[in-house]
Write a protein that binds this ligand. Structure first.
Ligand code: ARG
Length: 122
């Protein structure tokens, strides 16, 4: 894959552009391109390698298979590095972690201390 990137001067990245803000389609003058966090990082990687980035949009479920088939040389798709996937492909160090959570007003904090807190609430 590395030699192909160098000889074709193109890094082909697989993504599933249905996951804003990581990857999403942008239609400009009737032409579809892709943007988002992953696309920007991929562009920088290509730039650092001195090659062009080509974005190949596909089904999320096809990404690993198409990487294995050499259809793409890299995948960025907000993909979680699960134990199962790690068996099939080589993940980088995580570049994004999240910890979204439910929130309530500070003044109500002591009313919602357990998962049963809302039972019987009126
Ligand atoms: N992080 C989740 C996963 O890896 C969802 C990723 C969805 N990404 C996408 N481009 N549709 O399963």
């Amino acid at each position: 894959a590395y030699n192909k990137i160098k000889s074709e001067k193109t890094l082909t990245m697989g993504t599933s552009a249905d996951f804003a803000p990581f990857e999403f389609p942008v239609v400009k003058n009737g032409k579809k391109t892709y943007n988002g966090f992953d696309i920007m990082v991929a562009n920088q990687i290509a730039k650092d390698m001195g090659v062009k980035l080509k974005v190949q949009n596909m089904q999320f479920s096809s990404l690993i298979g198409e990487l294995q088939n050499n259809k793409v040389q890299m995948v960025m798709a907000g993909m979680t590095a699960t134990k199962q996937r790690r068996k099939a492909v080589d993940f980088s160090k995580p570049y994004y972690t999240e910890s979204e959570a439910l929130l309530v007003k500070k003044s109500d904090a002591n009313k919602y201390t357990t998962k049963d807190s809302t039972k019987g609430a009126s």
